[in-house]
Write a protein that binds this ligand. Structure first.
Ligand SMILES: Cc1ncc(COP(=O)(O)O)c(C=O)c1O
Length: 332
C-alpha cells in the first residue's frame, strides 16, 4: 500500500475514527452471529423484523422464479417490469400520493430525486442533521445550498427571506427528515409546512426512519399529522421498516422506557474512543450496539445508537438496559 494511504489510515486510528466492516454469518434478526459469537442485535434498521420473514423470503423466491434476476436494461429502455409497476402503485396508494417511483436504494432515491426537483440557480435549504445521501443529492443538483441548524425554524425563516430576496423567481426546496437517523427525534412538520407555504417553497421529506414505524399503519410522519398533501416529495426506503408488526414494535419502544418519537435511542458519549470502548464492553456482554462517530455525526458527538425492533424479546431489551446501567455506574 502507498505510504500516503498508510499515513491516512494511521491518522484516523489515532483519532479513533478508523472503521472496519463486521462480517455477519447469519441472517438478519434479533440475534446475529459474528465469528463464533451470537449477539443480541441492537444495531439494525430492520425495525419490523421482516428482513428474514418467511413470507417475504417466499415472495422473493417466487418473483425470481417468474422474472429471473436483473432488469435487463435501465428502466427507461426496457427494464420496467410488472412487479416494479405493481409495487409503485401499491406504495402510492398506501402513502396517499399521486405516484411513487422506486430506486435501488435510499441513496439512489436522494441522488435521483433532488436534481430532478431543483437545478442550478435554484436554492436548497437543508437541515444540518440530514443524511449524507440528501447532502450528496443536493450537491449533485448544482443548486445553491444553505444549511440551517437542526430543526431551527427561526434560522430557516431567515434563509427563506434571503432566498426570496437574492434569488427571486427561483425554486426553493427545503430538505429534512421525519425522524433523524442518528438522534431519533422528529422534524416539526406542521411548522415547516406553514413556513414553506408562506414563502412559496417546496418541501422534500425523507421518511426513511418513519415508514413502518410511526403513523397510521406505519405510513410515516406526514400521514400521522394528516399533511400528506402538503409535502411535495416524500422519500423513504424499503431497506428499513415495512408495514405490519407495528404493535409489537410499539410495545418494544415502551419497554425500553425512554422518551423517543421513534425506534432510535442515542446514548450520547461525546468522545470517540469512549464510545468505541462502551460498544466493546456491550459486545463482551453479548449485545451489538454500534459506536457512531464522525463524520456520521459531528466531531466530539460520538454515541451509541440503539435501535429496537419488533423482533426483540422484552427480556433482551431489559438485559440491555441493565448492562447500560452497569456501565454508566462503572463510568461515574
Ligand atoms: C435518513 C436516511 N435517508 C436515506 C438513507 C439511505 O438509504 P439506503 O441505505 O437504502 O441507501 C438512509 C440510510 O441509512 C437514511 O438514514
Amino acid at each position: 500500500m502507498h505510504d500516503f494511504f498508510e499515513e491516512q489510515l494511521e491518522a484516523l486510528r489515532v483519532r479513533s475514527l478508523d472503521r472496519h466492516l463486521r462480517e455477519i454469518c447469519s441472517a438478519q434478526g434479533a440475534e446475529i452471529e459474528i465469528g463464533d459469537r451470537r449477539l443480541v442485535n441492537f444495531s439494525s434498521n430492520d425495525y419490523l423484523g421482516l428482513a428474514n420473514d418467511p413470507r417475504l423470503r417466499e415472495a422473493a423466491i417466487a418473483a425470481i422464479s417468474e422474472f429471473g434476476v436483473g432488469g435487463g436494461a435501465s428502466r427507461l429502455i426496457s427494464g420496467t417490469q410488472s412487479p416494479h409497476v405493481r409495487l409503485e402503485r401499491a406504495l402510492a396508494k398506501w402513502k396517499g400520493t399521486e405516484a411513487a417511483l422506486c430506486f435501488t436504494s435510499g441513496y439512489a432515491a436522494a441522488l435521483g430525486t433532488i436534481p430532478a426537483v431543483v437545478t442550478k440557480d435554484d436554492v436548497i435549504l437543508l437541515d444540518k442533521l440530514c443524511h449524507a445521501s440528501l447532502i450528496d443529492g443536493a450537491k449533485l443538483s448544482g443548486a445553491i445550498l444553505r444549511v440551517f441548524p437542526h430543526n431551527h425554524l427561526g434560522k430557516l425563516e431567515s434563509h427563506l427571506q434571503w432566498s426570496q430576496r437574492e434569488h427571486a423567481g427561483k425554486r426553493i426546496l427545503i430538505v429534512t427528515e421525519s425522524v433523524f437517523s442518528m438522534d431519533g427525534d422528529r422534524a416539526p412538520l406542521r411548522e415547516l409546512i406553514e413556513l414553506k407555504k408562506r414563502f412559496g417553497a417546496l418541501l422534500l421529506l425523507d421518511e426513511a426512519h418513519a415508514v413502518g414505524v410511526i403513523g397510521p399503519n406505519g405510513r410515516g410522519l406526514a400521514a400521522t399529522e394528516n399533511l400528506n398533501e402538503d409535502v411535495d416529495v416524500q422519500m423513504g426506503t424499503l431497506s428499513k421498516g415495512a408495514t405490519n408488526r407495528r404493535p409489537t414494535l410499539n410495545a418494544q419502544r415502551s419497554t425500553s422506557n425512554e422518551n423517543s418519537g421513534s425506534a432510535i435511542f442515542p446514548w450520547i458519549v461525546g468522545d470517540e474512543q469512549a464510545a468505541l470502548d462502551l460498544a466493546l464492553a456491550l459486545q463482551t456482554e453479548g449485545f451489538l450496539v454500534p459506536a457512531i462517530r464522525y463524520p456520521t455525526v459531528a466531531k466530539g458527538a460520538a454515541r451509541l445508537r440503539i435501535t429496537v425492533t419488533a423482533a426483540h424479546e422484552e427480556d433482551q431489551i431489559r438485559a440491555l438496559c441493565e448492562a447500560i446501567k452497569r456501565l454508566e455506574r462503572g463510568a461515574s
